[in-house]
Design a protein around this ligand. Structure first.
Ligand SMILES: *[C@@H]1O[C@H](CO)[C@@H](O)[C@H](O)[C@H]1NC(C)=O
Ligand SMILES: *[C@@H]1O[C@H](CO)[C@@H](O)[C@H](O)[C@H]1NC(C)=O
Ligand SMILES: *[C@@H]1O[C@H](CO)[C@@H](O)[C@H](O)[C@H]1NC(C)=O
Ligand SMILES: *[C@@H]1O[C@H](CO)[C@@H](O)[C@H](O)[C@H]1NC(C)=O
Length: 770
């Protein structure tokens, strides 16, 4: 032992005398003047321990590190550049980079990372560029990027993302370019990109998206290589967008209003789609380039309006005619409008012959019918989808290309799916069977679809589900069963789906939920459960037991009370929608079991008459959204402990506008949110906004809750002993809280009422709550 130590010591001594900058690990090359260390392709399994502390650039490409443990870089606190490409990294433990507050560039490409944990990137507070391409990332945990406030570019291409949850990129306050190309994205939560005010460029190409995301700030968007067939009116609504790539998407048609929400668009790439015609696009006034290369454009009179429009607006058209024969291969830009002619009268566009009934009825010939499964984009290996939508089929057709990934069989008449209905569909990821009048699914119907992740069985006629209906699809993650006639929660059928993440059961006939239905053991990964529009009257304790459940929609059912006992089995619930039930009274501690996790609570249109003070007991700073719109509330409990509210909706309640409402009124003035509340009583004030109501100024100073403390602004009055922070988890002692301007998510934050401060009179008030 002793000898070993001495040996190491000597070795270090010799090495440091050899290199100017100090110690250099034997596997590495060190450059003392650049303060850089490179240890490339050395099959290292650990980060060399003897790297000089003052190193600024560390290149560890091509090694075998496998795991980055907490504090892995604690000995090199001055790093600015860290390259960990191709290091066989499987897992980045929380806090691995915690000591690297100076790193601006981190490259983790070509590793085997599958999950980005909440604290994976903690400590990288100067990071500008994070490269995670070519990993196996399939999950981004909430808050993963929370600490990366200086990041400009995040690249996540060539991963296995299928879904981006709400607020996934929260914390990226300086992000400019987000690259999500080459994933399997099919689903983006509505608020997936919320709060990214600096984001101006997004790459979503080579995914499985069938709709456009909402990206308010973005100027450049790449959506190419996604399986979209048609773009309807206002599909694209992005006020700042200038460059849009829609190439290689299998578009067959495009509404002339599709881009009406993109007024600044200057470059539009529609190359390599299936467009035979295109109408002039309304909306973009500054379009300078329209690329139609690689479309089967038929250059007859129907193309004339486009050509005239392009000429008038100086839009440069790229692409060539595919027909008729005499114009084929003729560049679109070179064809004169007069050459765009139709031979027969019925072929003529309306404009030419306004009074002719026959002509009025005519329209551009549709894209050739799709009678059998057809690979829409044969030359491209990327967009692997086939469609037989609305063909009146009564049997599942056979003979799809083996590589098909998206199979769209919507709106047919299958009635019944026999076992093994999809042989050879082993690579299908997304299967659409909506509106197919399916009454029965036999055991093993989807057998062999081993890659199936999305299954859409919405709007069929299912009344029950056979226990083995979903046998053989273990990867199934998103299951849509809404709009059927299921009378019971299909618990036993779900037990074959260990990876189920999102389950839609809206618009069925489920009347109660029982413990046998949904224990964690059946669907341990379930995160979102949608049960809106059923006839649920009862939820037994144990029925919602689900360790990971985050979103639960129970709106539009017939619940008479908040299912508090059942909620205790879902300790991670973040979003609960109880709107449109028959709950007229919210009992004490109704949300206590989920008070630590709940972020969004919706209780609209329920006929609630009263929410006693203790009903919200336990809820505190964690609650972000609360809506009680359209109830029968005359008064409200004290909301001041809910210091984290970003959205609050109190509209359409018959609030009693007397002095008892004063605490609410003052709270409204100080939260920095736009709170809309109207008076219902007394009759002469009905419909008036609580905000505008002046009578409160004549209220006596003491109205209620005498034990409460005094605090108006962040400057406490002398009388107040000390500024105490409220205990967020308790409503019992609504003590002082400093006023705080909340930054709203969806509406621009209103400044503190600086111009309209709480009047001095009020500020001396004994029972001001804030
Ligand atoms: C790299 O290291 C691992 C484990 O230390 C070993 O199994 C493997 O053979 C090494 N590979 C090379 C190319 O040296
Ligand atoms: C149009 O698209 C094609 C194929 O995508 C590309 O090669 C060409 O450069 C584009 N032309 C213009 C003017 O953008
Ligand atoms: C519930 O049903 C109502 C009325 O039919 C409908 O307007 C609403 O969109 C449905 N909600 C959901 C989530 O299905
Ligand atoms: C909650 O349910 C109501 C009633 O069905 C619906 O209108 C509302 O959009 C839902 N809110 C959310 C956030 O899902």
């Amino acid at each position: 032992m002793q000898f070993h130590h001495i040996w190491v010591f000597l070795l270090v001594l010799i090495q440091s005398s050899l290199t100017e900058a100090g110690k250099c690990p034997k596997e590495c090359n060190c450059d003392g003047t650049k303060l850089s260390v490179t240890c490339i392709s050395k099959n290292l399994t650990e980060i060399p321990a003897t790297i000089d502390e003052i190193t600024v650039k560390l290149d560890l490409r091509n090694n075998n590190l496998q795991l980055l443990s907490r504090g892995a870089f604690v000995h090199t606190p001055y790093l600015t550049h860290l390259n960990l490409q191709r290091c066989n990294i499987v897992k980045v433990k929380e806090g691995a980079f915690r000591t690297l507050g100076r790193v601006t560039s981190l490259n983790l490409a070509y590793n085997k990372i599958d999950i980005l944990y909440q604290e994976s990137f903690d400590g990288l507070s100067s990071l500008k560029e994070l490269i995670l391409d070519h990993n196996r990332i399939e999950e981004i945990q909430p808050g993963a990027f929370m600490q990366l406030g200086f990041l400009n570019m995040l690249t996540l291409t060539h991963n296995q993302l299928v879904y981006i949850p709400n607020m996934a990129f929260q914390g990226l306050q300086s992000i400019k370019w987000l690259r999500l190309s080459h994933n399997s994205l099919n689903n983006l939560a509505p608020e997936a990109f919320a709060g990214l005010f600096t984001l101006n460029r997004v790459s979503l190409d080579h995914n499985e998206l069938q709709f456009f995301p909402t990206l308010r700030e973005v100027t450049r968007l790449d959506m190419s290589h996604n399986p979209m067939i048609y773009l309807g009116e206002e599909s694209v609504s992005m006020a700042k967008l200038t460059h849009l790539h829609l190439n290689h998407m299998s578009l067959q048609d495009l509404s002339d209003q599709a881009l009406s929400g993109a007024p600044l668009l200057s470059h539009l790439d529609l190359s390599h789609n299936q467009l035979r015609y295109l109408e002039p696009l309304s909306g973009p006034k500054q379009l300078s380039s329209l690329n139609l290369t690689g479309n089967p454009l038929y250059c007859n009179c129907f193309m004339r309006p486009l050509k005239q429009w392009a000429r008038a607006g100086s839009v440069r058209l790229a692409g060539a005619c595919a027909g008729p024969p005499h114009l084929s291969d003729e560049p679109l830009q070179a064809v004169a409008p007069a050459d765009l002619r139709c031979r027969s009268r019925t072929e003529a566009p309306k404009e030419e012959d306004e009074n002719d009934d026959e002509a009025l009825k005519s329209s551009p010939p549709a894209t050739p019918g799709i009678n059998e499964p057809r690979h829409l984009n044969p030359p491209q290996s990327e967009a692997q989808h086939a469609t037989c939508e609305g063909r009146g089929l009564t049997r599942i057709p056979r003979g799809f290309p083996a590589k098909t990934q998206l199979l769209d069989l919507r709106s047919n008449h299958f009635h019944h799916l026999p076992a093994n209905s999809f042989p050879g569909a082993g690579q299908v990821v997304s299967l659409h069977l909506e509106f197919c009048k399916i009454r029965e699914i036999e055991a093993g119907a989807f057998q062999a679809m081993k890659d199936l992740v999305y299954l859409y069985l919405s709007d069929n006629d299912l009344t029950t589900l056979e226990r083995r209906a979903f046998a053989g699809v273990p990867k199934l993650t998103y299951l849509h069963l809404e709009g059927n006639r299921l009378a019971r929660f299909p618990g036993s059928a779900l037990s074959l789906l260990p990876n189920l993440f999102v389950l839609h059961l809206e618009r069925n006939a489920i009347s109660k939920l029982e413990p046998s239905g949904l224990p964690s053991s059946v669907t341990p990964k379930l995160r979102e459960l949608y049960l809106s529009n059923n006839t649920i009257t009862m939820i037994n304790k144990g029925a919602l037991d689900s360790a990971l459940l985050g979103t639960l929609h129970l709106d539009s059912n017939q619940l008479m009370e908040v299912p508090t006992h059942a909620l205790s089995g879902a300790p991670n619930l973040e979003e609960l929608n109880l709107s449109r039930n028959l709950i007229s009274w919210v009992g004490p501690k109704a949300f206590q079991p989920i008070s630590q996790s709940l972020k969004r609570l919706y209780m609209d249109q329920m006929g609630i008459k009263k929410v006693p003070q203790d009903a919200l007991l336990g809820l505190g700073a964690g609650l972000r959204a609360l809506t009680v719109r359209g109830n029968k509330l005359k008064e409200l409990p004290d909301l001041s402990p809910l210091t984290g509210l970003e959205v609050v909706d109190l509209q359409d309640n018959p609030l009693e506008c007397d002095c008892l409402l004063m605490p609410l009124r003052r709270w409204m003035e100080n939260v920095g949110l736009e709170v809309i509340a109207t008076c219902g009583h007394p009759p002469e004030l009905r419909g008036k906004k609580v905000k505008d109501f002046q009578v409160f100024t004549s209220c006596p100073e003491e109205v209620s809750r005498p034990e409460e403390e005094v605090m108006v602004t962040s400057r406490p009055l002398k009388k107040t002993p000390k500024l105490k922070k409220p205990k967020p988890s308790s409503l019992k002692s609504p003590k002082a809280r400093p006023t705080k301007t909340k930054v709203k998510v969806n509406k621009p934050a209103k400044k503190q009422p600086a111009k309209k401060p709480v009047t001095p009179k009020l500020s001396k008030n004994k029972n001001t709550l804030y």
